[in-house]
Design a protein around this ligand. Sequence first.
Ligand SMILES: Nc1ncnc2c1ncn2[C@@H]1O[C@H](COP(=O)(O)OP(=O)(O)OP(=O)(O)O)[C@@H](O)[C@H]1O
Ligand SMILES: [Mg+2]
Ligand SMILES: [Zn+2]
Length: 419
Amino acid sequence: MLYSESFIFTTREDPKVAECRSQKLLLRGSFLFMVSSGIYSYLPLGQRVLENVSDIIRKHMNAQGAQELLMSALQPIELWEKTGRDEDLKEVMFKFQDRKNRTLCLGPTHEEEITEIARKCIVSYKQLPRILYQIQVKFRDEPRPRFGLMRSCEFMMKDAYSFDADEKGLNENYEKMRYAYNEILKECGLDYVMVEADPGMMGGSASHEFMVPAPIGEDILFYCESCKRYFKEKGKCPGCKRTLKETRMVEVGHIFQLGTKYSLAQEAFFLDKDGQRKPFIMGCYGIGVSRLIPAIAEQCADSKGFAWPATIAPFDVSLVVLGDNFLKEALALREDFAKQGLKTLVDERDEAAGVKFNDACLIGNPYIVIMGKNYAQSQKVDLEVRKSGDKFSFSREELLNFLKDEYGERAAKPDTVKS
Ligand SMILES: Nc1ncnc2c1ncn2[C@@H]1O[C@H](COP(=O)(O)OP(=O)(O)OP(=O)(O)O)[C@@H](O)[C@H]1O
Ligand SMILES: [Mg+2]
Ligand SMILES: [Zn+2]
């Protein structure tokens, strides 16, 4: 991608509406566009980040044998009357009538709809176990939308649902999802913790929350800095007796064993081995796909902007071209990067070096390569590693080898963006 043709329009001033660092930088870096309070559009940079997060989630869900589907966002209210959640969720549900006077809502979550699908599609134990998931937009009329994508009224969720014939199957699927969640959050480069949670309103037995420490978090845990462990209660660390430090946490994922709560309410049965009608044993597993963006952003931001993990960054390399006549060389280098599966943002704008470098730091691709004014004589480029600030002067060959080592065996995902 050439910067001059891109839809990247960074700003230097802090937007007035921004309530926290991640939101401020996401708006300044033109990742996001604020449509209204709690409502955002993803601009091309933000869309790339969202796609990267989604791809990581897909990879680990598929690896556990979960199958992707896509449910409707529009749902008839009757679906919710069977479980009584039309009442429980009436405050957050966006509800309205269509022209034929049907009452519809915009799905705030999808337990009811998936249970209805299973009720109709799964008739026999031979069709079990199954895990289904989707990455989809959810709508909630939140009382206090805040911190940008952290708590918005329209947001992306990955919601998965497991269906089993017995408790043993549920436990196995629950373990698979717990494993996948750990892999997903690790690959997103997050510092996070898994905590046992109260199954509460969802009914069912086991539940775990995945929490990310960040100042914008709405939950609180207590951290021991020497044992690097989190606790739910204030006080001293049981291990080393140090005083625990209060830490704000963002909930990014939540998994539940639901048991038969939904299948009984919605009469979703299958025929067991012995010909008996039995309710599905269910689990549900949610990740705030869009909420992961500010969570990662809070953890990777510094005074200059973002230093995204390589798995999340919109591009791998920002190639800052300073000489007037090096566009051809820059494009050739971009081709070399593309062969190694690396995506490049080529900044060939007619702007001051400082402006271009600041934008590269704000956007936060992991590697900044500078093709300086003396490139013609030296045949060397400068590389700055965005996160560490480490600087190198490299020939083309050295640079390509360095990046190959950094990215290791990363599957070459050819950069299809040709402009
Ligand atoms: N308004 C929102 N904006 C962005 N992400 C959200 C929002 N509400 C929930 N999520 C994300 O979706 C995931 C699964 O949804 P779930 O219904 O379990 O959330 P929740 O318990 O309502 O979350 P919270 O307590 O933060 O409101 C959450 O773990 C969170 O990451
Ligand atoms: Mg909520
Ligand atoms: Zn300790």
